[in-house]
Design a protein around this ligand. Structure first.
Ligand SMILES: Cc1ncc(COP(=O)(O)O)c(C=O)c1O
Length: 395
């Protein structure tokens, strides 16, 4: 089918949640490149919004999936699953966490994390059930995660939302302290807010949040759905903050493109889930976990987390050399980068990048978000910088 035919079919049959999408459909990918149905070739500097950590058609992921498809796709969590146990062990060994539960998406992982914090307090009989999160956050599209997402546009159509959720300004410890009550069970935050424009939380702030949680027996949940799996130059972003959460969520890059999410928790909290308290049909099935194991294998064989750190530093330093007054700020860590542009040019820069064959996203109206595959090279970065400089000069 050509692009026009696909667009027409989409318009006729798909719910209109994504509106007028970017005008392209892809049929093949290889490494950093995506090939469109109309012959155009694009450099993928968004990585499926921080999903395609290995780029496209990575041989290790492809082989693992082919092998798994030949053997078995799905059984049920009624039975033991070798890949699930192995991937849980990988995550546990690589982090400060003791136990893992697999979901299928980031929102489902966050739901699981919120439920775990609630049940921890329920079983202790403290009467705490509230969740404080931050303005400009993004935690997903289910009802509870929308209630935790500090953005009016996502909450407004769905009121009344579940009880007990509130949001405060990010990086403002006094505001957070004032929002916490004797009913608060958890504080939920992204160490770098992704969707609203790549906004890192201060390390000093996070340290104070950790101390507050310790003092008040509040569960600290880090949503690392976007920042996790090597994206910020460490396997998880908490590792470069000096603060350990009690519960951590992951998804996006965990399966390199195959849907999988995870809730990781320290034993003290994880043990609150007992048989029947939580569950899932698809979460952690043999295929999804084969993908997760392959992502870890590629990370190890190709030092991709190290590459994320090194290429992230190089990318940042090259971006910081650009002198254009159309850029107001460059934020981020590792390969999660936000280029904040002046309002009058942001949309055109984004569109011009697309026209020149570079996929990025425009968040919060003025930030170009970059989340390229962790396989990225200096040459790829140099190519992007040259095109961006040219656009900034012309626009
Ligand atoms: C930080 C964060 N949390 C949660 C989610 C929701 O993940 P999903 O779309 O897989 O449900 C996202 C998605 O962008 C995210 O960036």
């Amino acid at each position: 089918m050509n692009l026009e035919e696909i667009k027409l079919l989409d318009k006729e049959s798909y719910m209109n949640t994504f509106g007028e999408r970017t005008g392209v459909a892809f049929e093949k990918g290889e490494g950093m490149k995506l090939f469109a149905t109309d012959g155009r070739v694009f450099y993928d500097f968004l990585g499926g919004i921080a999903v395609n950590a290995l780029g496209h058609s990575h041989p290790i992921l492809k082989e693992a999936l082919h092998n798994q498809v030949d053997k078995l796709l799905h059984t049920s969590n009624l039975y033991y699953i070798e890949n699930q146990a192995k991937l849980a062990k990988k995550l546990k060994d690589a982090t400060c966490m003791d136990r893992v539960f697999f979901a299928s998406t980031g929102a489902e992982a966050n739901e699981g994390a919120i439920k775990l914090a609630k049940i921890y307090h329920h079983k202790k009989g403290t009467g705490r059930f509230g969740v404080v999160s931050l303005d400009k956050s993004f935690h997903g599209r289910t009802i509870a995660t929308v209630a935790a997402t500090g953005q009016e546009k996502y909450q407004a159509p769905y009121r009344p939302l579940p009880d007990g959720f509130s949001q405060v300004k990010a990086n403002d410890f006094e505001a957070l302290k004032n929002a916490v009550t004797d009913k608060t069970c958890a504080i939920l935050l992204e160490p770098i807010q992704g969707e609203s424009g790549v906004r890192p939380l201060d390390k000093e702030y996070l340290k104070k949040v950790r101390e507050l949680c310790d003092r008040e027996d509040i569960v600290l949940i880090f949503d690392e759905v976007q920042t996790g799996m090597g994206r910020t130059g460490d396997l998880f972003c908490y590792m470069n903050t000096g603060v350990e959460p009690d519960i951590l969520t992951s998804a996006k890059a965990l399966g390199g493109g195959v849907p999988i999410g995870a809730v990781l928790a320290k034993e003290k909290f994880a043990s609150s889930f007992t048989p029947g308290d939580h569950g899932t049909t698809f979460g952690g099935n043999p295929l999804a976990c084969a993908a997760g194991l392959a992502v870890f294998e590629a990370f190890e064989k190709e030092n991709l987390v190290e590459n994320s750190k090194n290429m992230g530093k190089y990318f940042m330093s090259e971006l910081n050399k650009i002198t254009s007054d159309k850029i107001s700020e460059i934020r981020g860590r590792g390969l999660l980068i936000g280029i904040e542009l002046k309002e009058d040019v942001a949309k055109s820069v984004f569109t011009e990048l697309f026209n020149k064959g570079y996929l990025t996203s425009l968040c919060g109206g003025t930030t170009i978000r970059l989340a390229p595959p962790l396989i990225i090279t200096k040459d790829d970065i140099d190519g992007f910088i040259a095109v961006l400089c040219d656009i900034l000069e012309r626009i």
